[in-house]
Structure formats: C-alpha cells, structure tokens
Design a protein around this ligand. Sequence first.
Ligand code: ATP
Ligand code: MG
Length: 557
Amino acid sequence: METLDEKIPHFIREIITEDNQTNKWDNRVVTRFPPEPNGYLHIGHAKSICLNFGMALEFGGQCHLRFDDTNPVKEEDEYVHSIIEDVKWLGFDWGEHLYYASDYFQQMYDHAIILIKKGLAYVDDQSAEEIRHTRGTLTKPGQNSPYRDRSVEENLDLFEQMKKGEFPDGTKVLRARIDMTASNINLRDPVIYRILHAAHHRTGDDWCIYPMYDWAHGLEDSVEKITHSICTLEFEDHRPLYDWYLNMLEAYHPQQIEFARLNLAYTIMSKRKLLQLVREGHVSGWDDPRMPTISGLRRRGYTPASIRNFAERIGVAKRESMVDMAMLEFCIREDLNKLAPRVMGVLDPLKVVITNYPEGQMEELDCINNPEAPDAGSRKVPFSRELFVERDDFREDPPKKFFRLGPGREVRLRYAYFITCQDVVKDAAGNITELHCTYDPATKGGDSPDGRKVKGTLHWVSAQHALDAEVRLYDRLFTEPDPGAKEDFLSLMNPDSICVTQAKLEPALRNVKPGYQCQFERKGYFCVDKDSTAENLIFNRTVTLRDTWAKIEQKLI
Ligand code: ATP
Ligand code: MG
C-alpha cells in the first residue's frame, strides 16, 4: 500500500516504540477502530482509522474493526455496511478481527455481577433527573443516593429483575459505587446499566438493559487484549474511570491514549449534525460530494492514497487545532497529477468560428495524455471550423495581465493552432454569442515557425464532435470556518456550494464509466458521478487546479 515515504514523528509512535523496547506488551501491538454504527464515517474518522491501522501495520501488529453498538436506538445495519465499505476502501484490512460490542453483552453482564458482589455497584431507584441533580458540579460535591447502601443480595436480585424486564424504562439503573465527592465528576457513581426496552440491530429483544459507554468500552478493549486504546481528547477525563473498572475487575488492562481530533475548516464533523443535513434534505445524501464523509469524498473523486497522505501530514498531537481544507486539496492534487489523463472540456461554452478554415473539413490532432506520465501516450482530438472555448477566456476589454483572447489578439489553441480574434458577434441584448477568428495554418501543433510568441493558451473542443455533459462544480458547504461552533449551523450553509453547468467535452470521453477520473485542462480534476450514464454524462469536479488568473482577479477586487 502506498503511503508517504517520510514518516512524521508523533507521540503515539514514540509510546509504542518505547513499549516495545521495554517489552511492556510482549512486543504485541493491538489497536482497534471502534465506530458507533449511528452514521457514516467522515474525514475525522479517517484520521483515527489511519492512525490505528497505520500503527498496527508499522509495528507488525493487528488492528480490530469493532462496532461499538451499545445504543440500540440510534444504530442501524445500513451504517455497519457503509463503515465496512469505507474502511476497506481506505485500504485497510482487519483480517478476521471484526467484532461487535453486542457480542460481549453477556460478558459485560457477568462482570457487572462481579462488581456487585464486591460491593462496588448498586441498583439505584432514583430517576435520571434526580441522579443529575445529586451529582453536584465542578465546585460542589455530589450527594449519596439513598439506595447506595443496599445489600449485595438485594442488588443481585434487583439487577436480575432489571435484566428480566420486570421494570419499565428509566425506573432503575445500576451504578458503580465509587465516590460522590470525587473531583472528577465521571467518578461520582457513574451509571453502568440502564433499562431500555428497545430492539437492537443484532441482538433483537434479547436484552432490555444496555451498558453505558464507559463500562462497555474498557471491557471490549480488555476482552480483545488491546494494547494501545487510542481515542480522542474528550475521553481524557474518562480515563480514571476506564482504569477504575478494569482495576476493580482485576481484568486485562490496555493503555488508553488520547490525541486531538481532526477539525477541518468550513465543515462539520458531528455525526448528529451530518445526519440532520441528510434527514432534512440540505444535501442529497451521506455521499453528497460536498459532505466531509468518506463516501462523499469518494464520490467527489478523492482517492484512498490522498486521504491516507493527508492523515499522515496533519500529524497526531495532544492539542486541538483547525486544519485548512487547502491541505486536503493539496493531497488530492498531488495524487491525481500523477494518475489522471488530461482531456479538454469547456464548462461555459462560447462558440468560435474559424472563418478561414474550410467548411466541412476535419483533422485529428495529437494531444498528450499526461505530461507527468510519459507512458500514458497520446490521443487524436478532432479540430474543425466551429469550436467552443471557455466564455471566461474572452474579454472585450481585457484588463492588465489578462493574456487570453480579446479583439485583435492572438492566442494558442492547445495542441492546435494560433488564432486571432477578428470579430465579436452579439445578439439584440448585447450578449456575446460568437467570436469570429482566423487561424494561421503554419502554427499547427501549437508553435509558430517564425518564432512569434503568444502569451495565452486556451483549451477548446470541436463543436460538431463535442459531447454534452452535466458538470457539477462544488464550493465549501459553509460560509464560516467553524460552523459546528454554532447550534444554528444551518444558517451558515453556503447557498452557492453547488453550481451545475452544461459543458462540451472532447469525444474521447464518450464511454467513460462512473468513477473515471481525469483532468480537464486548466479547469481541475473531475470524476464521473455514480449516476452518470452514456446518454446523460455527469462529472463532479474533485478540485480545481491552481488558477493564477483567478488569484490575480481576487486581489484586484
Ligand atoms: P460524533 O462525536 O460525531 O458522534 P464519535 O466520535 O462519537 O462521533 P465514533 O463512531 O464513536 O464517533 O468514532 C469512532 C472513532 O473515531 C473514535 O475512536 C473517535 O475517537 C474517532 N473520531 C471521531 N471523530 C474524530 C475526529 N474528528 N478526529 C479524529 N478521530 C475521530
Ligand atoms: Mg464516540
């Protein structure tokens, strides 16, 4: 699998290296990626996947894919399938190590009984409201529950009845008996089990009590003999509880290590908010090419290597930061530059008539497929009297530093001829409908024998040979760098995040299939959308090329 040659040092790599030197885990490295199947994976998850699978690969260990499916209400099989597809697509392999937290429900229950027998857990009859109320605050200690001192026998009996379904939802919980005055609120008698009469996507109606995250997660890690349990920073305050459970149970005890989650500018990472975008129809689905999901990025034309390289480049740190979208775009350009054949496509067509080119004549010109990959060869592209060029490549009154076409100006048509604009044709409303140009037959191939130079080179397609295609151009989904910080994030959606154009493409693209990727010269990298057919071609723009004129123009404004 291709990844960056250069490994950027980070503290987790150092911890594992040191653990191997001191033989802390008998030289084993076992990590896991533990998604909750309550949504599709996003680019933040990709960071975690690349880290967990990457460390396992690098140190000759293994990484488990484990579905953390302990909350039946929000979890669905659709999400399980999408997660499997996305992790595979990123290039990682868990071998036989595919697990479900729900497979451990019996073990979790048995361990809860151990805690009860040790006098370290009790059944509490208080309501959720009362429990919240008596938990205290950062400055105020909590209060003991009146049920805290129930006998072991009574607790065992009540817990069994909870499991048997003898109590309605919310009437009882099992709590750890730790310390209601602990400075860490997570240690103030946290809930271990709650009653929830809900069908689970895998265990059906077998259970009506479900374990809480902190209880479940450490046990899952322990059962699977994980060595390094890597998670995001918000779990730092939960580590004492993770450790307390495993210590009290005298169970195998992995090391939890926290790192900073990925935040990407101008987008959101919360699954809850992404789900809202999908449910309310603000995007076309989880795989809308504007979404930061892995399936969205895939449909947009991102490659697995570009995402892995991105994950390596952004590094792994202890402090939160915001990564610029430009970094992700750099990584995909870098990859597609090597892979993507160059073709010509005109996104906003303006007709050009070459008045001194014979009517009815056609010739095929040689065009290089990829200057970065000499083995990619060349292809023939038809040229004729009527062409399309980009409307934006012509200005009636060209500003300074605009080196493209204007009245009386000469430019090169890529791989074809020099042309000079002689006439601008307009309709009654004053809109430009056509340019009349002349060509210089001596410049065939794009160079002049007399050595005269032109400053602009334009792409083009022959009008009669052109294919029609729908091209979707994307911009960022939100107008502010950190939309997730606002609860009303929907008000920050970019109304211009998608722009659909009717483009004219060179005929070589006639039979391209969904997923096909290419560069439209000067316009960016594109890929064929999954809904594209031979009759109705659809291309998504993955990313633009760096456009020097657009930059100059922006500065002028
Ligand atoms: P959300 O907070 O949006 O509900 P989550 O973090 O709870 O998402 P999980 O399915 O629990 O989603 O995530 C699986 C793993 O991916 C966890 O180990 C989590 O730490 C990691 N992860 C999630 N988001 C990010 C992120 N933005 N950057 C890095 N890792 C992440
Ligand atoms: Mg989570």
